[in-house]
Design a protein around this ligand. Structure first.
Ligand code: CDP
Ligand code: CDP
Length: 225
């Protein structure tokens, strides 16, 4: 596949976006861009610089200077905030919540969307997030909207935590997902929602291999049509 398409994958947390996007990027030799990591890095930046989310002047100054870089690495992309590698720190629970809180702010979204459009302007990218098919690249060549029931998603995150040696009650994870789903779908600007022309994929009962294969075959079919 030599064409340089833009592939958008949106959906709620733990629906399988990043796992799928990473594997597809390898298959297609495309660049994978995790836009959630960018909201996470912006949230972390406010913590490091002691900026309140209500202080729009300080926030604007921070955004004018912010540098967020995604660097390819075989074992998983690394995320740099200014010059610091924050790949692990941004996955911690306080930043997960903060990322959803900062993501409602218009000046933050405008900045992230600007950076994302620049990253994807030459095509050959798979971008995952919440508003890629609706706002960032409304003309994306392929749009997918992944979903899964909340219990399945909570179990997936519980398993991930267990693999990292953490024991978190399943109910706490479920509550956090429900809170974030609500915050992300009800915000005024660019809420999480399926684009009219996106293909929905329910991964609740799928293996990772099945979901990657399903999307890959849709892309191949689309190219041959
Ligand atoms: O990117 P997103 O938050 O949508 O989800 P993910 O990080 O790709 O997937 C969340 C977790 O579920 C990962 O640990 C995946 O390995 C796992 N997963 C799964 O167990 N079965 C699937 N069919 C899809 C994902
Ligand atoms: O990995 P997980 O699915 O748990 O979350 P994420 O994709 O890293 O996104 C973290 C938060 O950033 C989400 O809950 C959204 O509030 C926000 N986000 C967004 O608003 N728009 C995007 N394109 C990506 C993420």
């Amino acid at each position: 596949m030599n064409e340089k398409f833009v592939i958008a994958i949106d959906g709620p947390a733990a629906s399988g976006k990043s796992t799928t996007a990473k594997q597809l990027a390898i298959k297609l030799k495309y660049i994978y861009i995790d836009t959630g990591a960018m909201y996470r890095a912006s949230g972390l930046c406010t913590l490091l610089q002691n900026i309140s989310l209500d202080d729009k002047i300080a926030l604007k100054e921070m955004l004018d200077k912010i540098s967020i870089r995604i660097e390819y690495a075989e074992e998983g992309n690394r995320i740099y905030l200014n010059t610091e590698d924050v790949s692990e720190r941004i996955r911690e629970a306080d930043i997960t919540k903060l990322s959803s809180q900062i993501a409602v702010i218009e000046i933050v979204r405008n900045k992230m969307v600007e950076l994302q459009r620049k990253m994807g302007e030459d095509g050959g990218v798979i971008m995952d997030g919440r508003d890629i098919g609706t706002v960032v690249f409304p003309n994306a060549d392929f749009k997918f909207f992944m979903i899964a029931d909340v219990r399945t998603r909570a179990l997936r995150r519980w398993n991930e935590a267990k693999d990292n040696g953490e024991v978190i009650p399943l109910e706490d994870i479920k509550e956090e997902l429900i809170w974030r789903d609500k915050n992300d779908t009800t915000r005024e600007i660019s809420p999480l929602k399926q684009a009219d022309d996106a293909i929905p994929i329910d991964t609740s009962k799928m293996t990772i291999e099945e979901q990657v294969e399903m999307i890959y075959s849709i892309i191949k079919r689309g190219l041959n049509a």
